[in-house]
Design a protein around this ligand. Structure first.
Ligand code: UDX
Length: 433
């Protein structure tokens, strides 16, 4: 984009500098906007100002550095409110005890906006369907009728969030008409993506339904994998055959030890609760959640089948993060796996290329190794939990030599069974022959 084009770009505010906020800020800065980031966490703001990474996300650090002169960070919303009409909200919406989303951080942002401001809140945080309508009602009650609201859900995947921002499958914009929806669409114009303009409630539902559908696809293929184990079919072959049907598609048909992360478990549950609050029992999602919980535990049965009792056994976990290319441990299958192994009296050693620090905070009783081979040293069995590239390309003869036993469970169906077996190891995948 030319310098002239960039300088005409709308300045924006971004409230909340977690995964979504930071990627959104860096992405819009790259497209030429001046971006005012706000976060209540002073330590985080200090680190971001110093150019220190606060999360691990490929390409993000470079993008922030390249656009440093266009992005500022503050604990106060003053500058953002002064210079930006569009305030992107990317704060946390964690589940409450009831399973509903906790919207207190979202309300705090709205409360901080002075009356009569002709600004717009652009909601990136995942919120229940109906949140926009509730907020708009509260704006008018608080004398903030000039404040507009736009729902613009994010579809960023951790590990490829920057790439996803720059090449979105679609941009969804839900609004009530007026200037703000058009201004958001204009911001995204250089990305030349398909834009879906709709009402606020539908936009909110697109996000929840998309995540719930993808989670359903995973639980579905996991159940097919479990049936494959009983029938002699191979789920990798089955998924390949299914995925070529254009109506099904090949993505999200990778069977494994369950989905985790900051979005799927939370959003699936939130949609189930949302439906429940209206009196509708979302039966399918109830099963999707249950299948996922059981899937995390199936590895334990596999280990028991091969090793007998797990008491006194040593199990090595390869990878801990909920998926590769992230240090995110939220709802990672490794958490359940470790807790179950320790409860059964096994000793657990683990290696993850980047998630160790986060894992240490969450998992006691686990020994962390600085390399895969050190984690595997003396292990009776190993489980590939996260399919990091480096863990898929291990020197299998060296692995066989380091281990005391010979069982390798491929929890992500990411390894070449032949290569593993040629090294003298016993290979077992999920639903694989
Ligand atoms: C997801 C959505 O993809 C994204 O659009 C949304 O904005 C946020 O939630 P993310 O949580 O980063 O993104 O991860 P994703 O790559 O979707 O994977 C989620 C989980 O599903 C991981 O634990 C992954 O291992 C698992 N998964 C994914 C499978 O088990 N099988 C698959 O085929 C795909």
């Amino acid at each position: 984009m030319s310098d002239a084009g960039r300088s005409q770009r709308e300045p924006i505010g971004v409230i909340g500098t977690g995964y979504v906020g930071l990627v959104t800020a860096a992405g819009f800065a790259e497209l030429g906007s001046r971006v005012f980031c706000v976060d209540i966490d002073a330590e985080k703001v200090g680190r971001l100002r110093a150019g220190e990474p606060t999360i691990y996300e490929p390409g993000l650090q470079e993008l922030l550095a390249r656009n440093a002169e266009r992005i500022s960070f503050s604990t106060e919303p003053g500058e953002a409110l002064e210079h930006a009409r569009l305030l992107f909200v990317a704060v946390g919406t964690p589940p409450t005890y009831s399973g509903d989303a906790d919207l207190s951080a979202v309300h705090a942002v709205a409360d901080a906006i002075p009356p009569a401001s002709d600004r717009a809140l652009v909601m990136k945080s995942t919120v229940p369907c109906g949140t926009g309508a509730t907020l708009l009602r509260s704006f008018s009650e608080q004398g903030k009728a000039a404040l507009a609201y736009v729902s613009c859900p994010e579809f960023l995947k951790e590990g490829s969030a920057v790439e996803d921002f720059m090449n979105p499958d679609r941009v969804v914009i839900g609004d009530e008409g007026g200037w703000a929806g058009d201004a958001v669409q204009e911001l995204y114009a250089p990305l030349r993506s398909t834009v879906v303009r709709t009402d606020i409630a539908s936009s909110e539902m697109v996000k929840l339904a998309s995540n719930a559908f993808l989670a359903t696809k995973i639980s579905f293929i996991n159940e097919i994998a479990n049936v494959c184990e009983e029938t002699g079919a191979d789920v990798v072959e089955v998924a390949r055959g299914m995925g070529l049907d254009e109506r099904i598609g090949p993505k999200f048909l990778q069977a494994g030890i369950g989905f985790g992360g900051s979005c799927f478990p939370k959003d699936v549950d939130a949609l189930k609760q949302l439906a429940g609050n209206t009196g509708y029992h979302f039966q399918l999602l109830t099963s999707v959640i249950e299948v996922n919980e059981l899937q995390k535990r199936r590895v334990i049965n596999k280990l028991q089948r091969h090793l007998g009792t797990l008491a006194g056994r040593r199990v090595a976990l390869l990878g801990l993060a909920f998926k590769p290319n992230t240090d995110d441990m939220r709802e990672a299958s490794s958490l359940v796996l470790t807790a179950r192994l320790l409860a059964d009296g096994a000793s657990v050693s683990a290696y993850d290329p980047v998630a160790e620090d986060r894992a240490r905070e969450l998992m006691a009783g686990l020994s962390f190794a600085p390399s895969p081979l050190e984690a595997l040293q003396g292990a009776d069995a190993a489980v590939l939990v996260t399919e990091w590239q480096e863990l898929c390309e291990l020197d299998w003869p060296a692995v066989a030599q380091a281990m005391a036993g010979d069982l390798l469970i491929d929890g992500r169906n990411a390894l070449d069974p032949e290569a593993v077996r040629d090294a003298g190891l016993r290979y077992e995948g999920i639903g694989r022959r």
